[in-house]
Design a protein around this ligand. Structure first.
Ligand code: ADP
Ligand code: NI
Length: 219
């Protein structure tokens, strides 16, 4: 017999918390928690399937390829195995697997292979967590984790990176704002996502302006 959806969500939360217990601060359980909660609100506004959105949000980042020697198979495979143990039906498992495989930013370098309203909602929630105040904190945390420079006026942002260069980049963290974070507002899929991105985007722009002023010793 299939367990109730609430019970399944509870088990998934436990599983994800355990998988991410040693994760870097910007990719940890609390990133998942924020995306999960935001995506739930957005799913309502967008009339998306709530169970798929909740499960997809919870499972979308359990093994980021950045932290698995570039291997993009680890996350989807672990998630599918977990869902099979929960006895979810085949169609649900396949939909959630497709979401996990297609949500990531570097997928935008490839031709789009899969689309669903639930993917669009979760992708927006994931991208919203990469901008705004939290986005700034996550970027510098990631940069610190990798020992990137904060900023180097001699290293220009590279707006035309291919996927492999993007994944290998060790540019200063400020460049990441130009290479990715400032682009996300216009990449939102849903009307709700577009609206929520505006404030967060403006907040980040202010931050980078202030940062540049302070860099040059302007009071
Ligand atoms: P996705 O999971 O969609 O591929 P990422 O994993 O690249 O997205 O981004 C997750 C978080 O890590 C974001 O908050 C992002 O800003 C941060 N991050 C990723 N790459 C860099 C980088 N080169 N410099 C600073 N922060 C980064
Ligand atoms: Ni994510």
């Amino acid at each position: 017999m299939q367990e109730t959806q609430e019970k399944i969500i509870e088990k998934t939360v436990d599983f994800v918390q355990n998988e991410l217990k040693d994760a870097e601060g910007g990719h940890d359980w609390w990133h998942i928690y924020r995306v999960w909660k935001l995506a739930e609100h957005m799913a309502e506004a967008e009339s998306a399937d709530l169970f798929i959105v909740r499960m997809g949000s919870l499972l979308h980042d359990i093994a980021d390829s950045k932290f698995n020697d570039g291997d993009e198979e680890v996350g989807p495979k672990k998630a599918v195995q977990f869902m099979m143990n929960l006895n979810l039906d085949k169609e649900t498992i396949e939909h959630i697997e497709a979401i996990i495989r297609n949500i990531s930013f570097h997928k935008t370098f490839e031709e789009k292979k899969f689309d669903s309203l639930e993917l669009r909602v979760i992708q927006d929630a994931d991208r919203l967590d990469a901008i705004g105040a939290i986005g700034i904190a996550r970027a510098f945390n990631y940069g610190g984790h990798k020992n990137f420079k904060l900023y180097d006026p001699g290293i220009e942002p590279d707006l035309y990176m291919d996927k492999e260069t993007y994944k290998k980049s060790d540019a200063p963290t400020i460049n990441h704002f130009y290479e990715k974070l400032f682009l996300l507002k216009d990449m939102m899929n849903t009307p709700t996502g577009k609206k929520l991105a505006e404030n967060r985007h403006a907040y980040m722009e202010n931050f980078v302006n202030q940062f540049m002023n302070e860099w040059e010793g302007k009071l």
